[in-house]
Design a binder for this molecule. Structure first.
Ligand code: IMP
Length: 434
């Protein structure tokens, strides 16, 4: 049976929530494999709106939901999210929810450090979500993280805490902050441990069993490829690998289990936080895209930066993530524009003054910041695409736009989403029936 891996192919906020919910309703298990509670997935089921940051989207419908080892887990944020969902009538127990016992924890000291660094960085700040994501991943690769399994061994945590606190105390001193309050930290961990441990297990084992039984697994990516720590707009990225390959390493299943890779692509471009954005529009058009697309962050409420569709970036994301097909979202936001533009290449002036044309996004941050987009302009469409459920419902120019996008990104369109309603979707190819 086919599995599906969903990833964002831009800077996140591509509208993954609706697509993931639709796929989750047909999956037997949903797995988060990277990121943490920096993500914001909004699901609308009936009249109820669910806002998820950490829990896999399947949980709302009672589907087996798994947090893989590639995620960084804030136990207090987890508890708050579970309590909120329980209040909305969602049932969460160890039968339908599991957390990898080798998952690193986000601690209050990580949140502190995230805030201290951003506060001190001035104009050079990354614009993080302030959730402690980066510092927690640093401690994971620095081999000093406290992990979920450690919560069952709190009396034996001394030497680990020595290493962790030695590192953080030095950093905190640099910011004029007092050392970590170890006694308070242990106390907080002791208090939260039973709550987390009821869900903890070696999830690779559970997934192996689920897979053997022929279940359909949905791997739910967070953020987007352009925020990937290797392939994104470094250093203005998140601290995890957001590409499809992480679905395997971040869950404990092999790379042959990721199945159909569905790249979620917005019909224009947005970004929250700092960093290069070649097609950004700081004018009325950008304002109009933001207003029509309700472009405000789900997690932080920040206003998103908006711009035209960048085919160079999406082609690159699709190649890097091995995208099988894309889901094109929010096409209706472009309704009514006289002209629409697509970026098809960049001009970059080298240090020798010679201008080169690039068909890819360069790696160096100064080059990323100075490339100038080359646009192709197309006629827009007057009629609305909102709510379209078949090609016949779409204006001819909108179809031309989709076809041009598909051609330029060298990846087929698997579905087009035309409103937040689940039924308002044009299905070209079902990812689960690949
Ligand atoms: P962090 O993940 O909090 O460290 O933030 C690093 C960068 O990733 C910042 O530019 C954030 O705005 C961005 N980011 C993190 N999570 C999301 C998301 O879910 N959607 C869009 N941007 C995100």
């Amino acid at each position: 049976m086919a599995n599906v891996t969903v990833i964002g192919a831009q800077w996140g906020d591509e509208g993954k929530g609706k697509i993931v919910d639709w796929l989750a309703s047909r999956a037997d298990a949903v797995v988060r494999f990277q990121g943490g509670h920096n993500a914001g997935h909004t699901l609308v089921v009936g009249n109820e709106v669910y806002k998820l940051s950490l829990l896999p989207s399947g949980i709302v419908r009672g589907t087996l939901s798994i947090i893989g080892n590639g995620v960084v887990l804030d136990p207090w944020a987890l508890k708050a999210e579970i309590e909120k969902l329980t209040g909305q009538g969602v049932t969460i127990h160890s039968e339908n929810f599991a957390i990898a016992d080798n998952c690193p924890l986000i601690l209050p000291l990580h949140r502190d450090l995230d805030g201290l660094r951003e506060g001190a960085a001035g104009a050079g700040k990354i614009g993080t979500t302030g959730r402690g994501i980066g510092p927690a991943y640093e401690d994971k690769v620095g081999r000093r993280a406290i992990r979920v399994c450690d919560l069952a061994h709190l009396d034996a945590l001394d030497s680990q805490l020595d290493r962790l606190c030695a590192h953080h105390d030095a950093l905190r001193a640099g910011f004029g902050q007092p050392p970590v309050d170890r006694a308070a930290l242990i106390e907080e961990l002791r208090e939260i441990a039973p709550f987390v441990l009821q869900f903890a297990q070696p999830v690779w084992k559970r997934l192996k069993k689920v897979r053997k039984a022929g279940a359909r697994i949905l791997f739910e990516g967070a953020q987007g490829v352009l925020l990937d720590v290797d392939h994104g707009t470094y250093p203005f990225v998140t601290s995890s690998n957001t590409v499809s390959g992480t679905a395997a390493s971040g869950s404990g299943l092999g790379p042959n289990s990721t199945g159909f890779v569905l790249g979620i692509v917005k019909a224009y471009t947005t970004r929250v936080g700092s960093g290069p954005f070649p097609t950004e529009l700081e004018d009325e058009t950008g304002q109009k895209l933001g207003e029509r697309g309700h472009e405000f962050g789900t997690v932080t409420g920040r206003k998103r930066r908006c711009g035209w569709f960048d085919a160079v970036l999406v082609r690159q994301s699709c190649a890097i993530s091995g995208v099988t097909g894309i889901a094109l979202t929010k096409l209706d936001v472009l309704d009514g524009f006289d002209k629409v533009r697509i970026c098809t290449g960049y001009r970059l002036r080298g240090s020798d003054g010679v201008v080169k044309v690039l068909d890819y996004f360069p790696s160096h941050s100064a080059d990323q910041a100075s490339v100038e987009p080359i646009y192709e302009e197309m006629d827009g469409w007057k009629d609305t695409t909102a709510g379209a459920r078949s090609w016949a419902d779409l204006p001819a120019q909108a179809i031309k736009y989709i076809q041009r996008v598909q051609e330029l990104i060298e990846t087929p369109v698997a579905l087009v989403s035309t409103s937040p309603e689940r039924e308002d979707t044009i299905l070209v190819r079902d990812p689960f029936v690949d």
